[in-house]
Design a protein around this ligand. Structure first.
Ligand code: ADP
Length: 547
């Protein structure tokens, strides 16, 4: 028998309409080098409707793709709603990728128009000749703020939308229609497109609001440090509209000082980002503690994901600022929220060190995401906190098939192989032990690079650590450790090796420690281990292999 309830489609425009109607005055604050722009959900709704009208005028059709190359600004938020509200798909392109990758993505998605921040004009000028499918370029500025870039059919955003009605209708779409297209950064091979539907994004937004999700609410001011081109800024623009949270957008300035100043000036209660951003933020506070007025900070909690949150980061947020780190795991293919580390009732009485132990784990599955670990033969492994296996996930906001791919990305039961290796503890906590391609296979034993990195980072002289496996004449592969020095420290090889020897099994101790000025990261803040493996591939093969 059919249920008898209404079948209202879960579309993104319904989120912004709700925000405009019931939280219309709530601010959306955009910071740029020149100014602070204050707008609100009502005005953003009007401007997104103008944009939807303008796109129809440009004959952008339902299902066509429109690209953005932009940082976190209110105009970018308008693209999120205006492009999808015209029935088109917004392809958020990461401007920090290599130009070749940007060219690949813009062409692969067959983008009709490219909207871009003025700062990315020169990048596009160098590519435009080869982007033959693009009909025109829209600079996210007014006429005065748009330089005369050498781009075909260049216009500026304000002129484009200015003549349209703030009450332009949304184009009706099914909730299953594609809305946003985001490419994984592809540390190997070409980037792959994940096409989120209106429905998957709305369902994911409910999860972000849930108390054991990010507990986002109308009382929050969210500093959106995670870029809008990185998995929809982890779903915040949709969740914030759903509950009417204040949005604070930092533009391009993501250094510790800029984040601190904006966070304090706007009294942000919640923020989220990858560990590297937060390390910069905490280092800035530590270095200027005497002159900073920390009492002005309203920050309560920070969500950290994209890479493992180091223990030092969790600790420093706690004792320096009294801020709780929520550690979450996910990926582009999971929209991204899949597991999240809110505490269980039995954790309420833990002392700080035991609580940090829990916070370092990647959290528990949130409703909507099912997960399991399997061995090489596909046998499902126990959730005993001992067995480690390939992590698989499924659920209504997990990818079914990559954009334009001939075959599904998951098996017939929906299980998607994440490429991560993990343990699952009896209490449901996920513990990532490695990326499958980063695991080190030494003489038939597996060594977790993540465990070694965590151990190394606990050394006071180490700010950041990367462990990679490099070819070894006797053991096939052995770990070497690369470290970046903590401010004003000079890490010593033998001292660090002795420190590790006291913490990990003898055969897991790296064969060498190399101090480097910086480690390479991907455009989304992850360690670029493939580049390190390439650079250091011969590092041990010249030795006799004593270890
Ligand atoms: P990319 O676009 O670089 O693929 P994703 O955000 O999709 O970016 O990357 C997802 C991967 O990032 C995961 O498969 C996992 O390896 C890593 N990752 C994400 N969150 C965490 C975390 N909390 N701890 C450890 N690794 C993480």
């Amino acid at each position: 028998m059919q249920g008898l309830m209404q079948d209202a489609p879960l579309t993104l425009s319904s989120l912004l309409d709700h925000a405009a109607r019931f939280h219309g005055d709530r601010e959306i604050v955009s910071k740029s080098a020149e100014a602070t722009l204050r707008t609100n959900y009502r005005d953003v709704n009007g401007r997104a409707r103008q944009l939807a009208g303008a796109l129809r005028r440009l004959e952008v059709k339902t299902g066509d793709c429109v690209a953005s190359l932009a940082m976190n600004t209110s105009r970018h938020i308008e693209l999120y709603y205006g492009v999808t509200g015209a029935g088109a798909v917004l392809n958020t392109v990461n401007p920090k990728l290599f130009p070749e990758q940007i060219k690949f993505i813009v062409s692969h998605a067959e983008n009709t128009y490219v909207f871009f921040d003025p700062a990315f004009g020169p990048l596009l000028e160098a590519l435009a000749l080869e982007l033959t499918g693009v009909r025109g370029y829209v600079c996210l500025a007014d006429a005065a703020g748009t330089p005369a870039f050498n781009l075909p059919n260049l216009t500026n955003y304000e002129d484009l939308i200015g003549s349209e009605d703030v009450a332009s209708p949304w184009t009706e779409v099914a909730e299953s229609a594609g809305a946003i297209l985001c490419y994984t950064s592809g540390t190997t091979g070409d980037p792959k497109g994940v096409l989120y539907s209106h429905r998957s994004l709305v369902l994911h937004a409910f999860t972000v609001l849930s108390a054991d999700g990010m507990a986002l609410s109308t009382r929050d001011g969210v500093l959106l440090v995670t870029p809008l081109f990185h998995v929809n800024a982890w779903g915040i623009p949709f969740a914030a509209a759903m509950c009417g949270a204040r949005l604070i957008l930092p533009g391009a300035a993501l250094d510790g000082e800029s984040i601190f100043n904006l966070m304090r000036a706007e009294r942000c209660t919640f923020s989220l980002g990858v560990p590297t951003v937060w390390l910069g933020f905490l280092d800035f506070i530590a270095a200027h503690r005497e002159r900073l007025d920390l009492s002005g900070l309203a920050l309560e909690r920070v969500l950290v994901g994209g890479s493992a949150a180091p223990r030092s980061l969790i600790e420093r947020f706690d004792y320096m600022l009294g801020v709780y780190v929520i550690h979450a795991w996910g990926m582009t293919e999971t929209s991204p929220l899949a597991t999240i580390g809110t505490p269980l009732p039995e954790h309420a009485q833990l002392d700080a060190q035991s609580r940090y132990d829990i916070q370092m784990l990647q959290g528990r599955a949130i409703y909507g995401v099912d997960l399991r670990i399997v061995d090489g033969e596909g046998t499902v492994l126990a959730h005993d906190g001992i067995a480690a296996g390939d992590l698989q996930v499924r659920g209504p906001w997990v990818v079914q098939r990559y954009f334009k791919a001939p075959a599904p990305a998951c098996d017939a039961d929906g299980w998607f192989p994440t490429g991560d290796v993990a343990k699952i503890h009896p209490n449901g906590y996920l513990q990532l032990t490695d990326r499958s391609k980063d695991i080190i296979k030494s003489g038939g034993e597996w060594i977790s690079s993540v465990d070694l990195e965590n151990a190394a980072i606990a050394h006071p002289d180490v700010r950041e650590a990367a462990v990679i496996g490099v070819p070894h004449p006797k053991w096939q592969e052995r770990p070497i450790l690369l470290v970046v020095a903590a401010p004003a420290a000079t890490p010593q090889r033998d001292d660090i090796l002795a420190f590790l020897a006291a913490r990990v099994a003898r055969w897991q101790v790296p064969d060498d420690v190399i101090v480097v000025p910086a480690l390479p990261h991907t455009a989304t803040g992850k360690l670029l281990k493939s580049a390190l493996r390439e650079t250091y591939r011969d590092h041990l093969s010249k030795d006799d292999g004593e270890s």
